[in-house]
Each structure stands twice: as C-alpha cells, then as structure tokens.
Write a protein that binds this ligand. Structure first.
Ligand code: 9MG
Length: 266
C-alpha cells in the first residue's frame, strides 16, 4: 500500500475544478464538461499532483444539491479525465464517490469528514481510496454567521482526531488519510490565520495536512484586493513552511513555482 505521504510528497499541489455555477471564486467557468476537462489537463501540465473535481458548492451560504444534479455535473468530467489526469472527488455523498472511484478517482475529499453520508466510510474502506477529512463548524448555508471556539487550533485538532478514529474504526487505513483545518468553514479571519500559524497542533496528530486557502474571502478582508492571487500564494507558502503537505489551489502554475522555490530554500 502506498501511504498518502508517499503518493503526495511535500509540497504537492491539488488543482481545483469546481463544476458548479457558484463556487468561491470561479463560479461557472467549468460548468461545461469540456471546459472543466481542459482546466484539469492544464493544471496537470502546470504541475498539479491531482485535481479536485466537485459538483456541489461549499461556499458560505450555498444550498445543498441533489444526488442526481451532482452526478450530472461531475460524471461527464470524470469520463473525460479517466486514465489521463489523477482525480480527487470533492463530495460528501457515497454514491458520487462510488461512481467517481469506479471512473478512476483516487482520493475522496469530504468537507463533512464522514458526517454527511453514513455510507461514505464503507465506500472509501472497500476501495482503498485516499481520504481527506476536513473540519467545518456548522454547514455551508449558515457557517459564517457567528463562528466561535474556545481555542481554535485545539478545538479543530480535537475534532479531526475524533474523525480520524471514526474513519480507522470504519476500516479505512490511517496511512491513506490526510487532515484539513477547513480554512473559511465556520471561521473568522483571525481563526483562519491562527489555524495556519499553529498548524503544528494539527501535525501532532501524525497525519499529512492539506490546506485550502486559495482565493478565500479572508484574503480579501486582509488585503482589500480584487485579485487574490498574490495573497493566495503567500498564504500557501506560509502554510507549507508550517508543515502543510498538500495545497489546494485555483492557480496551479503560480503556486507550483512559489512552492518550488520555498521548498528549495527549506
Ligand atoms: C471543497 N473545498 C473548498 N475548500 C476546501 C478546503 O479548504 N479544503 C478541502 N479539503 N476542500 C475544500
């Protein structure tokens, strides 16, 4: 068995392909399956280790989508990428994961950390897929209303430790699991900054950490900029320097270049 840290050496870049009309910042551009597949192929050519294909928006305020709609969005993209581009499926639904893994996806990126669908853990265990367990306080529709923590890094670590035990008890090999603090998922700007600053608290759980901060609203709050690329790259490098293994990003080329330099210096 190839452990997730062997498959994704530090730093690895995960490209984002949102097949949705309304995601964090690229809403709509990849709704057409040919456009989505072209984005994924370009990201691979630019140095992404894997591309994360998702059909349900998780932006603050987003409403859930039905199983049929999510399948309708992602399956044509996965069919086009099969055998060509390494794929992660961004879903909380067991049936979407099952169909995606059958089409060659190798990682399940579940923002609910196996709380959304009771059958998802079994699908991951049976297929031996890689898994990312992410922290989220609340649900996308309401999560930014009034997020509160006693100690954000300790609270998020406690949650991820519990979800990691749950996954392992369900038969998923620990070596195949990465953890994610869930930047922007039920967190203020200061919570997000503290989670990156204190990434060591999550690393103490002994699993590789994935961080997704690309084009998120905290960066706009900090910079006031419309173009969030420089801020995204800075945040990704800061996360990498504090121990992150996988960086989930929209702008693959720029992040790969920056992380290549940061890792050469490290
Ligand atoms: C789907 N999605 C949106 N943001 C994300 C993040 O920060 N991490 C992970 N794992 N998935 C995300």
């Amino acid at each position: 068995m190839i452990a997730i840290e062997q498959r994704f050496p530090r730093p690895s870049v995960m490209g984002i392909v949102n097949v949705t009309p309304d995601s964090f910042s690229d809403g709509g551009v990849n709704v057409d399956p040919d456009a989505a597949a072209a984005t994924a192929r370009r990201q691979l050519a630019e140095g992404a280790a894997i591309v994360d294909v998702g059909g349900e928006s998780t932006r603050p305020g987003a409403a859930p989508v039905s199983l049929d709609e999510e399948l309708r969005r992602v399956l044509p993209v996965l069919e086009r990428l099969q055998g060509e581009v390494p794929v992660s499926i961004d879903t909380a639904k067991a049936e979407v994961a099952r169909r995606a893994l059958a089409l060659g996806a190798e990682l399940v990126n579940d923002v609910t950390a196996l709380r959304g669908d009771p059958d998802l853990a079994g699908v991951v265990a049976d297929t031996g897929a890689y898994l990312c367990l992410m922290h989220m306080q609340g649900e996308p529709r309401t999560m930014q209303e009034d997020p509160r923590y006693d100690d954000v890094a300790a609270d998020v670590a406690r949650f991820l430790e519990e979800r990691l035990s749950f996954a392992v008890d369900a038969g998923i090999a620990e070596e195949r699991i990465a953890l994610d603090p869930g930047i922007g998922f039920g967190k203020t700007v200061e919570h997000n900054l503290e989670l990156i600053r204190r990434l060591d608290v999550l690393l103490a759980l002994g699993r590789p950490v994935l961080v997704g901060v690309s084009r998120k609203s905290s960066l706009r709050a900090l910079t006031g900029a419309d173009d969030l690329l420089p801020a995204s790259v800075a945040a990704a490098v800061a996360a990498y320097e504090r121990g992150a293994t996988i960086l989930r990003v929209h702008d693959v080329k720029e992040h790969v270049e920056a992380l290549t330099v940061a890792s050469a210096i490290a």
